[in-house]
Design a protein around this ligand. Structure first.
Ligand SMILES: Nc1ncnc2c1ncn2[C@@H]1O[C@H](COP(=O)(O)OP(=O)(O)OP(=O)(O)O)[C@@H](O)[C@H]1O
Ligand SMILES: [Mg+2]
Length: 409
């Protein structure tokens, strides 16, 4: 790519190592909706589970739009790193205006002027990534009030800035978030629906292509005999893009079947090597979303440590003897924070790292208590539990662990 084209893509993250794969339907929907002459408001939100591929999709869309001349350039800001309106402005300015620095201006209004001029002159696609990192955790009574207020203010200021900039000239705005957004972007429910793009697991063929690409770098195209283990791996990780991408080195070193068998150990290893880094550790990615659950819901979620892959809320209700409202609240919380996706027959497809991550947090007594629950007998199929039940002593054993005694009185 020539230097001029690179400049027009400015701070866009690099495409995935395997090259961007699939998502053609999502790209077309975005294209239709964000077309300059379209009557819709020219913004869209890509929402989905952590690691499902929101950023990758937004970046691919931007590259395509610049390459095909539909937009002159793209500017990309992650609000996880640039978490105040000034920082966002500075990051945008540096991509759009030569030698820009927000500190060179006495106030925001003046700092905005050269950016607004640039945006009027050159149609630009603005991307604000990771908006969920600024959404206030209003339900978390343990968060310091000052912190909650600051993030709420920052989010409002950044969204107001975006709402002011994208209508200029022929600009468009693309947002990504694990969670849905507050005003002004959620003002009109009907419109919001049109502008909300939920992305889910990779399509089966795309997930296969991703694995094939990863393998091709060492061993050439996989043989037909590998097709079965590849499909089994995709099912185990629910076609989750980040999981498949991060498993690439192991796929090459160990092969497909061994990678699937060692999945939990590999996730542990990622966290050991990249503690707390959402892009390199699946546990870190899950921890970010778990931290956004209300504390009592987070406590209830811990029991998911003994499940694998998916869960039916009704099974949870019976198993834990919870009220319907408690199960519903948990299910809604998991979906809203991007830890689960509703599947057919009310099953929740869980982020593939969620169960192993939560299992680490259950101590021996808690695991044993759960294993002894009489309601668990006979659970099969999609509600697989991974507990090894120790011998049951006494029919009336009642587990005492915290989440087992949360039934509303
Ligand atoms: N369509 C795709 N083709 C190839 N690789 C992909 C694709 N989508 C995602 N990936 C891979 O999965 C990884 C995770 O995707 P991405 O960072 O876009 O997820 P995300 O939804 O933005 O996650 P988060 O919520 O943590 O920001 C990428 O780094 C990339 O390697
Ligand atoms: Mg992202």
């Amino acid at each position: 790519m020539g230097t001029r084209a690179k400049e027009r893509l400015s701070d866009l993250p690099q495409p995935p190592e395997t090259g961007f794969i699939g998502r053609s339907r999502e790209l077309l929907v975005l294209e239709r909706q964000l077309r300059p002459q379209s009557n819709q408001a020219r913004w869209a939100l890509i929402r989905g589970q952590g690691g499902e591929g929101k950023t990758a999709l937004a970046v691919e869309y931007a590259r395509w739009q610049v390459r095909s001349g539909q937009t002159r350039r793209a500017a990309f800001v992650s609000v996880e790193q640039h978490s105040s309106a000034e920082a966002v402005l500075d990051a945008l300015g540096r991509q759009l205006v030569p030698d820009y620095s927000v500190t060179a201006y006495p106030d925001i209004d003046q700092a905005l002027q050269p950016i607004e001029r640039a945006l009027r002159e050159q149609p630009t696609l603005l991307i604000l990534d990771n908006l969920e990192s600024l959404l206030p955790r209003t339900t978390d009574p343990t968060a310091p009030a000052a912190l909650v207020e600051t993030t709420a203010d920052s989010l409002a200021a950044i969204l107001a800035l975006a709402a002011r900039l994208y209508p200029l000239g022929e600009n468009r705005l693309l947002l990504t978030s694990r969670e849905t957004l507050p005003a002004p972007f959620a003002a009109d429910q009907q419109r919001h629906k049109l502008q909300l793009h939920e992305i889910h697991r990779l399509a089966r063929e795309d997930a296969i292509a991703l694995i094939e690409q990863a393998l091709a770098q060492t061993s050439g195209a996989p043989s037909d005999a590998q097709r079965e283990p590849i499909e089994a791996l995709i099912e185990t990780v629910q076609g989750h893009a980040r999981t498949l991408a991060l498993l690439a080195p192991s796929l090459r070193a160990l092969g497909v079947a061994a990678t699937r068998e060692r999945l939990t150990a590999l996730m542990e290893e990622m966290e050991r090597q990249h503690p707390g880094e959402r892009e390199h550790s699946l546990y870190a990615s899950v921890a970010l979303s778990l931290a956004r659950l209300a504390p009592e819901v987070r406590e209830r979620a811990r029991v998911l440590g003994v499940f694998q892959g998916s869960v039916h809320p009704e099974v949870l209700r019976v198993m834990m003897d919870w009220e319907q409202a408690q199960v519903t609240e948990l299910a809604q919380g998991l979906v809203a924070t991007g830890l689960a996706t509703p599947g057919p027959y009310d099953h929740l497809a869980l982020n593939p790292a969620l169960c192993p991550y939560l299992l680490r947090g259950l101590d021996g007594e808690e695991r044993a208590g759960l294993a002894r629950l009489p309601q668990l007998r006979g659970l099969r199929g999609r509600n697989r539990l991974i507990l090894q039940a120790p011998g049951v002593k006494g029919r009336h054993y009642k587990p005492t662990s915290r989440f087992l005694s949360t039934k509303a009185s």
